[in-house]
Design a protein around this ligand. Structure first.
Ligand code: SF4
Length: 188
């Protein structure tokens, strides 16, 4: 049975991704490595969702909690914020490939390919470039086809569903309207 290491960003995104690969005959191992998630409480909520999915779907997960280091993440993207998603994908996919090589996996991929909100083609190109015809292949799939199923299942399972992509910047963007409302209220 071929073994694939799947970078997982959160519980809901893992459902369709893992099920699809299991149905294709892969032995799936998850990797929760997301130093981008801010703040720590949010990281813990998403981590819990991944643990829940692993139990439900019967796959193991490597939790890289010892590498949750927001300071390092901010340094990685400093002065490149306008292109931060590219670097954010790179950091996580590079680590996944490195662990997949050490663990002698056949392939690696990411739940980022499930999200309709991510830059799908950028992730696909990055994964392919990193693999570069080496011993661990980048397993490309368009998991977005199972978008609806993933949402419905995560709701049915009572799984934590995040409200923003992950980093501090995305949280500010998500709640920019709230700040505006508060400012208007204060000025009234
Ligand atoms: S918006 Fe999402 S993908 Fe982009 S840098 Fe922030 S956490 Fe990473």
């Amino acid at each position: 049975m071929p073994r694939v290491l799947v970078h997982i960003c959160c519980g809901p995104c893992s459902i369709t991704t893992v099920k699809t690969l299991q149905d294709e005959g892969f032995e799936v191992t998850g990797l929760f490595y997301n130093p981008n998630i801010h703040p720590l409480q949010e990281y813990l909520r998403r981590r819990e969702g991944v643990a829940q999915a692993a139990e439900r779907l019967g796959f193991s997960v490597i939790f890289k909690d010892d590498e949750y280091n927001p300071q390092k993440y901010f340094r990685e993207i400093a002065w490149r914020e306008a292109n931060r998603c590219f670097h954010c994908y790179s950091i996580r996919l590079e680590r996944t490939l490195s662990i997949a090589k050490r663990g002698r996996f056949d392939a690696f991929t990411s739940t980022l390919l499930y999200s309709k909100l991510q830059k799908h083609d950028v992730i696909r190109a990055l994964g392919g470039d990193m693999a570069g015809g080496g011993s661990v292949a980048f397993l490309y799939r368009d998991f977005r086809q199972g978008w609806k199923e993933g949402i419905e299942t995560s709701k049915a399972w009572g799984m934590y569903r995040q409200q923003y992509c992950g980093c501090l910047y995305s949280e500010c963007e998500r709640y920019a309207g709230e700040l505006e409302k508060a400012s208007q209220g204060a000025g009234a």
